[in-house]
Design a protein around this ligand. Structure first.
Ligand code: ATP
Length: 248
């Protein structure tokens, strides 16, 4: 489905990504783990068309996305839930959702968009109670749900999520991970960037570990959880049992 092949990206003379390759198959949740500054957000921005790689390419179902404008990448089927949510704070929940389907409304798909809105609200019932409320007045967890619902309004084949649980309370974090787990059933594969490695590995089937702009390891979530060195480097040894079960 989504395939990143040998992507390198430099900020001026500073390399941020070095020959990065990864794949997300249909119906999969894949996580990308790494410390601050490892290059995760840069990779998301390369995939979504916000940053143009100096080398390598990004393909969706075999079609090359690299070089397309971000709006065209969304139309092709890749939507991003950016770090920090980036909602339009003064606009209502409804208006924010409508903006998520902007390119489709303009192509005369109004009825379908209305149906998608209903579907999004069924997935995030809390938003249905707040349709007229300015997005800026929602709680952090509700804002994250709105950002996810807005991205789903574009009917993505792949959803890119950058730190969706950042700054949220543990209970809300769990709710967000529960929703992420259900996304493939609604037709979207997920590439999930997370600092919360244990949470991410509990919903993802596979993961990649990136340090200093290079993918150092990839494997199933169970393999990552079961690898002593990776566990100690990225997850903290005491929180995972030898069987790979996450203790909370
Ligand atoms: P974080 O979790 O802190 O967001 P990250 O893994 O997403 O980190 P990136 O934001 O992609 O990492 O940054 C990768 C590298 O590129 C870092 O060394 C960072 O300092 C550098 N970098 C990021 N943005 C810029 C920029 N606009 N100009 C120059 N260097 C940048």
């Amino acid at each position: 489905m989504l395939s990143v092949e040998g992507v390198s990206f430099n900020y001026g003379p500073h390399p941020a990504l070095r020959e990065v390759s990864l794949r997300v198959e249909p119906g999969e949740i894949v996580c990308l783990l790494g410390a601050n500054g490892a290059g995760k957000t840069t990779l998301m921005n390369v995939i979504s068309g916000l940053a143009r790689p100096q080398q390598g390419k990004v393909l969706l179902a075999g079609r090359e996305l690299s070089g397309l404008k971000p709006s065209r990448v969304v139309e092709a089927g890749v939507a991003q839930v950016p770090e920090g949510r980036q909602l339009f704070a003064p606009l209502s929940v409804r208006e924010n959702l409508e903006l998520g389907a902007f390119s489709r409304r303009s192509r005369g798909e109004r009825q379908e968009v209305a149906r998608d809105m209903e579907r999004a609200l069924a997935m995030f019932p809390v938003l249905a109670q707040r349709l007229g409320q300015p997005a800026g007045t929602l709680s952090g967890g509700e804002q994250q749900m709105l950002a996810m619902a807005r991205a789903l309004m574009a009917r993505p084949k792949v959803l890119l999520m950058d730190e969706p649980t950042l700054g949220l309370a543990p209970l809300v974090t769990r709710e967000i991970f529960d929703v992420i787990r259900r996304l493939p059933a609604s037709g979207a594969s997920v590439l999930l960037v997370e600092q919360n490695a244990l949470g991410a590995l509990s919903v993802a089937q596979r993961g990649y570990i990136i340090t200093s702009g290079q993918i150092r390891f990839s494997g199933t979530s169970r393999e990552i959880l079961g690898d002593v060195l990776l566990r100690e480097a990225f997850l903290g040894p005491e929180k995972v049992t030898a069987a790979g079960e996450v203790r909370r």
